[in-house]
Design a protein around this ligand. Sequence first.
Ligand code: SF4
Length: 702
Amino acid sequence: MAQLATQTTCPYCGVGCGVLAAPQADGTVAIKGDPAHPANFGRLCSKGSALGETVGLDNRLLYPQVDGKRVDWDTALDHVSDRFKQIIDEHGPDAVAFYVSGQILTEDYYMANKLMKGFIGSGNIETNSRLCMSSAVAAHKRAFGSDTVPCSYEDLEQTDLLVIIGSNTAWCHPVLFQRITQAKLNRPNMKVVVIDPRKTATCDIADLHLPLRPGADAFLFNGLLSYLKQHDCIDWHYLEQYVEGFASSLDSASKTAANIPQVARQTELSEADVAKFYQLFASTEKTITLFSQGVNQSTSGTDKCNAIINCHLATGRIGKAGMGPFSITGQPNAMGGREVGGLSNQLAAHMEIDKPEHHDRLSRFWNTERLTNTAGLKTIDMFQAIERGDIKAVWIVATNPVVSIPDADQIKRALKQCELVIVSEIEKQTDCTEFADVLLPALGWGEKDGTVTNSERRISHQRAFLPAPGEAKADWWMLKEVGKRMGFAEQFEFETAVDVFREHARLSAFENHGERDFDISALADITEQEYASLQPIQWPITDNAPQGTARMFADNHFYTASGKARMIAVDPHYPQNEVDDEYPLVLNTGRIRDQWHTMTRTGRAPRLNAHISEPMIDMHPVDAGHWQIQNKALAQVESKWGRLTGRVNLTQDQRPGSIFVPIHWNGQFASQARVDTLVAPLTDPISGQPESKHTPVNVRPF
Ligand code: SF4
């Protein structure tokens, strides 16, 4: 007999849609959008709708293994903690590392951070969110003094001008795109500008598409700031009261992007298009700039984000309905990871690793003398340190770095020679598990229970509705068991996910007198029953805002020392690696509509594979003619770092001079198609985010 539907959330993108899941008598799961969830109001995209087809136990990792042999949990956990202790005793705490994921739940994330930073005493914990939105995090902190996303999804429906930059929202955040499309139908005067080198499906609703030169975003927005000043569109009252840094930012903008002809040359856009965009922005008060990986994944990603934020601060377009800079995250719980300090340079509850008062506060809260005060290595540096042998043990949780990190073959080399590789996974066989000394079976979507935070700061409960398969356990449970075995039993005494969530909520409130944005103090004493029935709610959630907070900075208070927002002087740069005779084309990477990350889940659903069934190389016909490449023929793409084989798809939507290849195909599906083997391991010096949108390559017939 079919069970009643469980209210849960989709495990894929950062929209964070609510899902109703009902296991059926025949073993399948019926899936519907949750009409009560404020992210999607019942809508689902193709990936979310197919969730029921992805829950089978084929290739599931069902029991712990050490050195290829099945063992019980005690043996596996003793082995992990003994080896960790031995390596730390011999080489110090920085000889071990965790690499976790925006796919795990906040409770898992909290435990991983507590163990690594608080008790092992190293900053060496990274999340794959580094690859996705760390430039936005760094820019938020520079501008607002905190990693705060100011807007809500409803702002996207209320705005009069939506500028979408570096995001194929139609494919990567489809339900949000459906909401935007509906809003535009309801309010035909709403304008949409899409800024993207490619003409993507998102352009279907664009009033203006700007196919700018790849990487030229900051020139465009510096030019916009110059234009706003020249056309008397600055909100001087707002600037005077609430913002600092205008003069130096304007000075930089004026020096680097002074006028429309100059910006048109820098961005390779027509002067008419640049002028049209600037006029629209200048004349429309209710403006949102929605940005994502196309901006973030750059060696100057942080500056690009700040160039965008600058224009909103200069016009006072933030903290009000339908206005603001809006960074949208790729993963379902990238935001939850940020809340608990998932990046190597953060502490939990939006505290800073290099602030002595934060260090002191967290040390007392966790009752530890081992809390690190030093940032750990960022993702690219971390795996290079593993290859050098400086890091001797790594625990990889719910992610597939052999496929997803730039210079992916370097990750293989690193893991191959690493002394101890622990992988907690739902899959028995991935590109990563073959390097594991210890395999720990994790609960997957539908089996695990905890919380996630979507792109609009909304915390939702992701609930279990399926039994745990085999001996699989929650990631937070494994981590706390290792913490106890390493000698920290008292501080890792958690029985349930709600115990973890409660401590997380209490920490957000601990000695927080309004100087930290992340505050969910109203949930600090949440009972098991209240947690079980927790409805989606946006942080901050405090006694003053028990129903949550839709919009930040409405009071014009920022979390900097002065309480004012900061405009940042931006000196725009093109991508670090330029094309040359040997590698004359730019490789751009990204998502396709019906697959998720490295396809370990979506690859199971036949209807999702039907959309685009094999690795493709999107290419402009002019380039194809130049290099004698035929449509639908196989071709080889090569960079300084690696090569890939795929089928060419000729399209006028591709900007001449650049190709696009999806990120998804893993070595299990297509041995020659891991696109990150080609991508340069170059990073933004501030955020550490890799430049995944701009690698010089050549293409040849295969
Ligand atoms: Fe919603 Fe994203 Fe899931 Fe699609 S993939 S259903 S848009 S959360």
